[in-house]
Design a binder for this molecule. Structure first.
Ligand SMILES: Cc1cc2nc3c(=O)[nH]c(=O)nc-3n(C[C@H](O)[C@H](O)[C@H](O)COP(=O)(O)OP(=O)(O)OC[C@H]3O[C@@H](n4cnc5c(N)ncnc54)[C@H](O)[C@@H]3O)c2cc1C
Length: 485
């Protein structure tokens, strides 16, 4: 927990800012780029503070490594449009590391015929060239493109309007300026302002008209503003990693299989690369991160094709010995019972290799802040909401937040209003909160419906998937919703 306490005596004079953004993740950097890219808000004095070192992110942008990073997310066409038009960072991406896909197949491990196939190329399009379901892109790549865009914008701006990025500095304290009794009013006339005073671990002190929390799940800014965040742990982990396929798939398909332990997605990357997100119970996640790297690709292939009863047997063997090579024979024998044509058509291209050291696991949670604003405070991204990754919506919601917050601030500036006032910020929360709440509810229900093997639910969801697959109009609506349209 972030300590809400009077900060200790300091003689530093706070530097006055219009906007201080805490957090240099993709949401915080998107906000800084979008504010500086807007003719209406580019003159605002903006500083972003990030606890971690950003040099490795910059290095990635300059000279990306050959292998893909393991944190890869799917960006909806709406997010792509945001990056093209609002943050202006799209052109700074290395396009050969971005993979669009226009097909998605989701199927149920309890009933192999219960599957639904979305094809964006069949949908009546309203976004022209963006006729895709989503684009796969590394998180660090998104951050790098934003930093490059911010640098480019700074070159065009007069020095006093340039964005400031402070990294390797943690926000260690936040207090309302007019509650601060350690900076005396004579040396610091600004202390009579109610603007938040932010103290950094490097000793710098900033006082800001608007403080934005883009500081992730455990948001210190949310804590300062005393905004409640409600939710629960799913008691699941998302295990991720990067892969090589046996051959380059000419189809651009995202695959998702709903296992009772949680969904497993194999998502395409350029050429013969792919990534996976395997949501699993803590026990299974423990096995998945330990399994020998030579066995792991076959385990993934098995998890996309075999019955759960077979999988449970294999997990048991691997729990006893994560390097048990006899598992490979078990998988091969069980897979040989599936007809060849089914393997070719109904399932993803087999995985041949796990990129060494690329596995990682993240605890999965549902968290939603009661509101995204307080006087002189706004929250964006994971600071405002954390969602199950099964629909790949977390950062996409974060980008939408940023777009809506910038719209609200532009209106405030146009009308000559104080951008830290709730009058200006209301417009943001009024649109963002209900939309996110509805989407988060859908993701949560999907997790609950698919994480059971109880017969009535399995039968109903199987029937639902099979019937939906025949209704193109409904699928059109669904594909538009998935892709953020
Ligand atoms: C397995 C998995 C798969 C996912 N897949 C997708 C997907 O396909 N599509 C999608 O849209 N989303 C996806 N997400 C969600 C997405 O990764 C997050 O929503 C997104 O990365 C959050 O970005 P953010 O900038 O809001 O927060 P973060 O990335 O958490 O950034 C917060 C930043 O704030 C900094 N910070 C925190 N405290 C302080 C402090 N006191 N002082 C200074 N700095 C501080 C941190 O160092 C950090 O850099 C997935 C998530 C998981 C776990």
């Amino acid at each position: 927990m972030f300590p809400l306490r009077r900060f200790l005596a300091t003689t530093a004079k706070p530097l006055l800012q219009d906007v201080v953004i805490v957090g240099g993740g993709p949401a915080g950097l998107s906000l800084l780029a979008a504010l500086k890219n807007s003719p209406t808000t580019k003159h605002l004095k903006c500083t972003l503070v990030e606890a971690l070192k950003l040099q490795p992110v910059r290095d990635f942008g300059e000279d990306p490594p050959e292998n893909f990073h393991n944190r890869i997310i799917s960006l909806t066409p709406k997010s792509v449009q945001f990056m093209q038009e609002k943050s202006g960072s799209w052109d700074y991406l290395h396009q050969d590391r971005v993979k669009f896909y226009d097909n998605m197949v989701a199927y149920d491990s309890q009933d192999s015929d219960a599957r639904i196939h979305f094809d964006a190329s069949n949908v009546i399009l309203d976004l022209g060239a963006l006729s895709q379901i989503a684009a796969m892109c590394e998180v660090v790549h998104i951050q790098a493109s934003l930093l490059q865009k911010i640098d480019a914008l700074n070159e065009e701006l007069p020095e006093e309007d340039q964005a400031v990025v402070i990294d390797e500095a943690k926000v260690v304290n936040i207090i309302a300026g007019n509650a601060c009794d350690t900076i005396d009013a004579k040396s610091n006339p600004q202390t009579s302002l109610d603007w938040p005073v932010v103290t950094l671990s490097n000793g710098q002190v900033l006082q800001t008209r608007l403080l934005v929390g883009a500081d992730g799940q455990n948001s210190p800014v949310r804590n300062y503003a005393e905004i409640e965040s409600r939710g629960w742990s799913y008691d699941r982990f998302g295990v991720v990693g990067t892969l090589k396929l046996q051959f380059n798939d000419f189809r651009d398909i995202a695959w998702q299989r709903f296992l009772t332990t949680g969904p497993l997605a194999i998502l395409p990357l350029p050429e013969d690369n792919a990534t996976f997100v395997w949501s699993s119970t803590p026990e299974l996640a423990e096995i998945l991160v330990k399994v020998d790297e030579k066995i792991f690709p076959q385990l993934l292939n098995a998890a996309m094709t075999l019955d759960e009863v077979d999988l449970n047997y294999i997990y048991k063997m691997l729990k006893a010995n994560p390097a048990d090579m006899t598992v490979l024979e078990e998988i091969e024998w069980r897979t040989s019972l599936i007809p060849e044509e089914d393997l070719d058509e109904k399932f993803p291209v087999p995985i041949s290799e796990l990129m060494p050291g690329s596995r990682a696991r993240f605890p999965l949670k549902f968290l939603h802040a009661d509101t995204y604003i307080a006087p002189r405070v706004a929250l964006v991204g994971d600071a405002a909401h954390t969602v199950h990754p099964l629909a790949g919506q977390g950062l996409n919601m974060g980008q939408t937040d940023v777009g809506l917050l910038v719209d609200a601030l532009e209106t405030g500036v146009d009308r000559g209003l104080d951008i830290g006032s709730t009058l200006v910020l209301e417009k943001y929360v009024a649109t963002a909160w209900p939309n996110n709440h509805a989407l988060m509810g859908v993701c949560d229900k999907l997790h609950k419906i698919f994480s059971t093997d109880a017969f009535p639910v399995v039968a109903l969801r199987g029937l639902g998937l099979k019937s939906l697959n025949y209704f193109d109009v409904v699928k059109d609506i669904m594909v538009k919703a998935i892709s953020g349209r």
